[in-house]
Write a protein that binds this ligand. Structure first.
Ligand code: MN
Length: 152
């Protein structure tokens, strides 16, 4: 169960974040899967990049503003999978809860996969701020650390 870690970290009697329902995985070839970036003013401000895959939102926390232009590389730390419904979440996670702080949608749209393997992901992002071909590359030998940048 891919959402186990997400569910374990949260107390849904306190946070208004979605609990999620089981979703059928989108067809691997499907066009226009969900893309969203949430600006998350937690103890450290960061941007949460989420890409729909296999019925969940694969997620990365980016400590600085995501690149809208070529030539800027950003660290992207992979975090737990989130439920699909999280793509619409905005609100305040209460003090004392996991990720306490304000969550706002910073950019959203769809994406197409050009390549998605264990260490490299290439996607065509159709957002309002991010548009074009983007790459995520996992640092060698590091489980959660990726580099995120625009190819063109
Ligand atoms: Mn976050």
């Amino acid at each position: 169960m891919s959402l186990d870690e997400y569910l374990k970290k949260r107390d849904f009697s306190k946070t208004s974040e979605p609990q999620g329902e089981k979703k059928l995985p989108a067809d691997e070839r499907a066009e226009g899967r969900i893309y969203v970036i949430q600006r998350h003013a937690a103890s450290h401000l960061h941007y949460d990049l989420r890409l729909e895959k296999d019925g969940v939102l694969k997620s990365w926390a980016i400590p600085k503003e995501p690149p809208t232009a070529k030539g800027v590389k950003r660290l992207a730390v992979q975090t737990e999978d989130h439920p699909i419904e999280y793509a619409n979440f905005e609100g305040i996670i209460p003090e004392g809860e996991y990720g306490a702080g304000k969550v706002e949608i910073w950019d959203r749209g769809t994406f197409n996969v050009e390549k998605w393997d264990e260490n490299e992901i290439i996607v065509l992002i159709h957002g309002e701020k991010l548009r074009g071909r983007y790459c995520l590359i996992r640092f060698k030998g590091q489980e959660d650390n990726w580099l995120f940048f625009k190819i063109y």
